[in-house]
Ligand binder design. Structure first.
Ligand code: ZN
Length: 116
């Protein structure tokens, strides 16, 4: 496995996610767009804030997974499944570069309600 290519890919993804999370939270704080004086308009803005909050939240969650993948990469455990200790399938890592579970652990985790 080309760990340098994987690291580059994860670092690029980390930057994108950081940017997305900070854009969404800046917008939700109305740094460039103060709350309207009009009540109906405020309702729309607050609904939009909820959407932005969800975007920011999901970006943060993925960011944590990417950072943990980078730590596993640095410690040489990147392709080791945290569920069963076997190697994670290379094609699975290519599809989901921040996963820490092999396909069968991910599938049994999904049945328990885990996200990945
Ligand atoms: Zn496993």
């Amino acid at each position: 496995m080309d760990t340098n290519a994987v690291r580059d890919r994860l670092l690029k993804r980390r930057d994108e996610l950081r940017q997305r999370a900070s854009d969404a939270s800046a917008e939700a704080r109305h740094e460039a767009d103060p709350l309207s004086a009009d009540f109906a308009e405020q309702v729309t803005q607050r609904e939009n804030d909820d959407v932005l909050g969800a975007i920011s939240h999901s970006a943060q969650a993925e960011l944590q997974q990417v950072e943990s993948a980078l730590r596993r990469l640095a410690s040489g455990r990147y392709s080791t499944c945290s569920g069963c200790g076997e190697d994670i399938e290379p094609e699975r890592l290519a599809a989901v570069p921040y996963t820490d579970r092999c396909r069968s652990c991910a599938e049994s985790g999904a049945q328990r309600g885990a996200r990945i």
